[in-house]
Ligand binder design. Structure first.
Ligand SMILES: *Cc1c(COP(=O)(O)O)cnc(C)c1O
Length: 376
């Protein structure tokens, strides 16, 4: 996608905030527990390679991604740390992963059986590192019973092409006040892990929420995702044990300013009509940038004042009501701090009836990311 370098709409990512979030988390972890930074979906919209660079300098010792291509992109960028693909990769690419020293998630013996001939074709000097996923109640991927896990483990031990590097599960409700279901999942996982002949190098169960609020079950690695970006995994339900620093700011500038009269309409469908003479500013940002159409009626910050988004958000532009005539070029903040006021990704998500994860990773590549340095 073409990046808009000649347009005043951009994301500013604060590397120091990311570093601080990771370092704060690492201080709560025992020495023997590693932190792997979850950087899938372009680092939750923040920029994968830049986030990985910062996470590494903060002390992360590995990385988790969702798909093989993201892992390959990190290898391409020169990173040599362990990388785990959290989703299911087609067994067709088992060899591609093995050659690049990328660890894959496996949730069935059938997968191993299908990958075996791929790994056996031609000379292979490296084993494929595998993490067995246990479905303890998330209902997404993984082994659902001890017998299946045990059989796959046996199969794996019988074939030198594989190496069992990890065992993990994922919780559905670690970010909720009510811990009933969470505890059931913990119990299921503890029971399932007995099925393995020997425990692998990594046993891991924690996303950000688990690591923040249920650290006791962490295992020896945590898959730290959303919190490293300074976002509370629970939204507003639970408070984080230390202050998280949001890393993302989204800014633009007024590119056109005009006065409209009572009755004049704004944007597609002419759904907005001015009640009186009003100053209206146009911002060069729209739903093609990830600023959803449903954000009509929400606001941006200009000179520390909330300005309503009026009329429909267009693909590439949107209009805001200004408190007064303002010059073209005046800064507008869509997410972040402006003149002592703040709009958080959580605020945007609340208005759009979704979660901040979705808002962040929907920000498209058309919006260039710029980076504030971390302190050394
Ligand atoms: C995305 C993901 C994570 C990270 O979750 P956060 O809530 O962002 O910390 C961890 N584990 C798995 C399996 C995931 O898919």
């Amino acid at each position: 996608m073409v990046s808009g370098l000649h347009r005043p709409t951009k994301l500013v990512i604060d590397r120091q905030a990311i570093k601080a979030n990771i370092q704060q988390e690492m201080q709560t972890l025992p020495q023997t527990t590693e932190l792997w930074a979850v950087v899938k979906a372009n680092g939750y919209g923040h920029g994968m390679v830049e986030v990985v660079t910062t996470a590494k300098s903060a002390g992360a010792t590995g990385f988790c991604v969702a798909i093989l291509d993201e892992a390959l992109a990190l290898r391409q960028a020169g990173f040599t740390e362990p990388i785990l693909v959290l989703g299911i990769t087609s067994p067709t690419y088992a060899k591609v992963a093995a050659v690049a020293h990328i660890s894959l998630t496996v949730g069935s013996q059938e997968w191993l059986a299908a990958a075996l001939p791929i790994l056996q074709s031609g000379a292979l000097t490296t084993k494929l590192a595998v993490h067995f996923a246990v479905d303890s109640g998330m209902g997404r991927i993984g082994f659902r019973d001890a017998a299946g896990l045990q059989a796959a483990d046996t199969f794996l031990q019988q074939h030198v092409e594989f190496e069992l590097e990890g065992l993990f599960t994922h919780f559905a409700t670690a970010d909720e006040k009510d811990t009933t279901y969470f505890k059931q999942q913990v119990a299921k996982f503890q029971q399932m892990r007995q099925a393995l002949a020997t425990e692998p190098r990594y046993v891991h169960v924690s996303n950000s929420a688990t690591s923040l609020w249920h650290a006791a079950c962490n295992g020896n690695m945590v898959r730290f995702g959303v919190a490293l970006y300074g976002l509370n995994p629970s939204g507003t339900a639970l408070s984080a044990p230390y202050p998280l620093q949001p890393a993302l700011t989204f800014v633009s500038e007024l590119v056109f300013v005009k006065q409209i009269q009572a009755g004049d309409a704004v944007s597609y469908g002419a759904t907005y009509h001015a009640k009186q003479a009003e100053w209206v500013g146009t911002l060069p940002v729209g739903y093609a940038d990830g600023w959803q159409r449903r954000l009509q009626g929400f606001h941006v910050l200009i000179n520390g004042q909330y300005c309503e988004i009026i009329g429909r958000v267009c693909m590439d532009q949107m209009m805001v009501r200004l408190p007064a005539q303002l010059p073209v070029g005046t800064k507008a903040t869509l997410v972040g701090e402006n003149g002592g006021q703040t709009i958080s990704l959580q605020d945007v998500a609340d208005y759009a009836h979704t979660i901040h994860y979705e808002i962040a990773c929907n920000l498209t590549d058309r919006v260039p990311r710029t980076y504030l340095p971390e302190k050394s």
